[in-house]
Design a protein around this ligand. Structure first.
Ligand code: SF4
Length: 406
């Protein structure tokens, strides 16, 4: 069989099943709904020990944990749902950079072919072209969905640690997430979605809370592991159980970062006209779509999230550049920069740097963080995850100290 084109994206689902890795539950739930009006049956992949074991069985053992986690969940779901390869599409973004992420798609393809499932397609938008290829309207709605996922997660993180009735925050957030997902699934006007978010903010704001001061813990690191509760041992809730409040670096950060790097590359080596064109493109993109939408949602959520707004990615890169040049592309610079801003700007009392075992940016950042820890005078935990053990055990003494520090 001829090798499938991994970057095939045509925006028409034709009733095929689009399997989406559950790398960040809030964002992915809403992003999956965006694909429904395009004719896809979407299925968010569920991760568990069985799926991970299946992933390990089909990989070599040296891959970063997101790879076996996602491919194992895909193989398990296809078998359980009895989806034939010709009806299955895996959503797996890619990138060309100084780490292994760009190889996942190729390895996934080899695994499918080895199983005789070569007809499985892979939808693989790339950071290289800022995810062009998807229809523009879908890309815009995916951006809305991603931002909304970040906002819903932040609402939960802001209120759940203080709720008087256990489970109330999750129930309210889930109710409104479901409503927003339904609106995306019906291709409803974005104005309806904004109204629903405003209602959600009001409802979450009414949840009865304890007056309590908790240490803020910033979570940075590799985007999959820091965001995926299955593989990171439910890091956010673990921080909450130990008396803290968590702020996870947002999912949308990677999109802002890739857009900014594209501009920086042109600024560095493009000709005069190219530079002017890039400046105009980036200004329009930011001010008419990306930052504009972000501002609108954070304004709506301001009653609860005024202290949880994001900073422009330029600030994150500038902070990180003290430790790693921007020309060394990848997550290291934003992990370092955001950690500094979390502590200096937002008053975080500790940082968790969450990475897959042997992650290249994670290894770099964990070697720089000891110096930063001294400079910031805040503990920084470098937790590496590979699907085994309990790396979050390291939190207990730090949280005990922070919660009991006068
Ligand atoms: S960022 Fe880390 S985990 Fe992700 S592909 Fe690169 S090396 Fe692997």
């Amino acid at each position: 069989m001829a090798r499938q084109e991994e970057t095939r994206i045509d925006g028409r689902g034709d009733g095929k099943v689009l399997f989406i890795p559950n790398m960040e539950p809030y964002c992915v739930k809403l992003m999956a709904a965006v694909f429904k009006p395009l004719g896809y049956q979407t299925h968010v992949l569920q991760e568990d020990d069985k799926a991970l074991a299946l992933g390990f069985k089909h990989t070599g053992g040296g891959e970063c944990i997101p790879c076996p986690t996602t491919v194992g969940a895909m193989l398990k779901a296809m078998a359980e749902m009895r989806v034939t390869p010709d009806r299955a599409i895996l959503f797996m973004p890619t990138a060309c950079g100084p780490c292994r992420f760009g190889q996942y798609v190729k390895l996934d393809r080899m695994i499918f072919e080895k199983k005789g499932w070569g007809a499985v397609q892979i939808m693989s938008p790339s950071a290289e072209n800022a995810y062009e290829g998807l229809p523009t309207s879908a890309r815009i709605r995916l951006w809305h969905a991603m931002l909304l996922g970040d906002v819903f997660r932040k609402l939960a993180c802001r209120v759940r640690p203080y709720e008087i009735t256990a489970g109330e925050t999750d129930a309210v957030v889930e109710k409104y997430m479901n409503a927003v997902a339904e609106l995306f699934g019906k291709n409803a006007p974005l104005a309806h979605i904004k109204e629903t978010l405003a209602e959600a903010v009001a409802a979450v704001g009414k949840i009865a809370r304890r007056e309590e001061k908790r240490p803020l813990v910033g979570i940075v690191g590799e985007i999959f592991v820091r965001s995926d509760p299955y593989i990171n041992g439910d890091l956010i809730r673990r921080i909450e159980e130990l008396g803290g409040e968590a702020w996870l670096a947002p999912f949308a950060e990677w999109i802002f970062y890739t857009m900014r790097v594209r501009s920086l590359l042109v600024e560095q080596s493009g000709g005069f006209l190219k530079k002017v064109a890039e400046k105009a493109r980036s200004w329009l993109e930011k001010n008419l779509v990306f930052e504009k939408v972000e501002r609108e949602y954070y304004d709506l959520a301001a009653p609860l999230l005024s202290q949880r707004r994001e900073y422009p990615v330029e600030e994150v890169i500038a902070a990180g550049e003290k430790y790693s040049p921007w020309q060394f592309e990848g997550e290291a610079i934003i992990t370092l920069g955001r950690a500094e801003l979390f502590v200096k700007r937002d008053g975080a009392k500790a940082i968790v740097n969450a990475s897959p075992m042997f992650c290249m940016p994670g290894t770099i950042t964990s070697s720089i963080f000891p110096a930063l820890e001294k400079e910031l005078d805040a503990p920084i935990l470098n937790n590496f995850y590979d699907g085994s053990g309990d790396p979050n055990k390291s939190l207990a003494p730090v949280m005990h100290f922070l919660c009991n520090a006068g």
